[in-house]
Ligand binder design. Structure first.
Ligand code: A3P
Length: 296
């Protein structure tokens, strides 16, 4: 993608009660009309939960471990981000329309805002959830390098907004719970966890292969594990976001592929912030069977 002048950081805008980046909110009418195809696979996450990682895993499985085919373009062009809209550029929906089937698509939308066509066509969906402490840290750092988000303020300010759901895509707590609830009634949804992937990528990649109906040889499994390791993806220009529009991600400020670990929150939360966060987590997550691991 070509370079572009910086865009102004705009405040969030509500779409049906959910705060979205203003650029995305203004394009939501197009997203809502998105036309799914029966063989689409949607990767859905709250931001910073491992979307890019799982996308590359699925690409490797789709292309039988052919790294040249996976490297045909940057991940942002190979896996259309259907919510995406930045001034003066092709939207995610437009990119999806010219992407050949079978498409791998990406979204961060709350389940309530997912285009109806994806449900009507019974498309397969992989949802990836990550513990909220690491998400909050990763999301804050991402705001610093991505001008399509509002100004995040200081870390303490951002953390308060995160707990209150006053950030892009709204409440993390509602997002993971609502998608979890959907997974109980929509059979074509695989609900996964970032921490499980880090703990045992082989086990999790097997789950993905089974879900998408792919025969998985040991060779393909090992190739996929290797190619999608943090170290490989960080140095791979087709996955590390080095060549995407700087208004989406400015890698000159800090890398998109940052740490890729569980527990970086410990380097960022104060004791008081952690105690408050734990109290809020207990309150907002009461009544759900979902469990998150903040260390492995
Ligand atoms: P950190 O900022 O904590 O490092 P998303 O793709 O949803 O935006 O998520 C980005 C997060 O996933 C970043 O987390 C990034 O480093 C991490 N990530 C990306 N690829 C990864 C991989 N192969 N292994 C582990 N973590 C990965």
């Amino acid at each position: 993608m070509e370079a572009k002048e910086p865009v102004p950081r705009l405040p969030l805008k509500m779409v049906r009660g959910y705060p979205l980046m203003q650029y995305f909110a203004e394009n939501y009418a197009q997203v809502e009309k998105f036309q799914a195809r029966t063989d689409d696979l949607l990767i859905s996450t709250y931001a910073k939960s491992g979307t890019t990682w799982i996308s590359e895993v699925v690409e490797m499985l789709y292309f039988d471990g052919d790294t040249e085919k996976c490297g045909r373009d940057t991940i942002i062009n190979r896996v259309p981000f259907i919510d995406l809209a930045v001034p003066g550029h092709e939207t995610g929906v437009e990119l999806a329309a010219r992407t050949p089937s079978p498409r791998v698509l990406k979204t961060h939308l709350p389940v309530q805002l997912v285009p109806q066509s994806l449900w009507k066509k019974s498309c397969k969906i992989i949802y990836v959830a990550r513990n909220p402490k690491d998400v909050a840290v990763s999301f804050y750092k991402f705001h610093l390098i991505s001008r399509i988000h509002p100004d995040p303020g200081t870390w303490p300010e951002f953390l308060e907004n995160f707990m209150a759901g006053n950030v892009s895509y709204g409440s993390w707590y509602s997002h993971v719970k609502d998608w979890w609830e959907k997974a109980q009634t929509y059979p074509n949804l695989l609900y996964m966890f970032y921490e499980d992937m880090l703990e045992d990528p082989r086990r999790e990649i097997r789950k993905i292969a089974k879900f998408i109906g792919k025969d998985l040889s040991i060779e393909l499994l090992e190739k996929t594990v290797h190619h999608t390791s943090f170290e490989q993806m960080k140095t791979n220009p087709k996955t590390n976001y080095d060549s995407v529009l700087p208004i989406i991600v400015d890698n000159n400020i800090a890398p998109f592929m940052r740490k890729g670990i569980v527990g970086d929150w410990k380097n960022n939360f104060t004791v008081a912030q952690n105690e408050k966060f734990d109290r809020e987590f207990k309150r907002l997550m009461s009544g759900t069977t979902l469990c998150f691991r903040t260390y492995i």
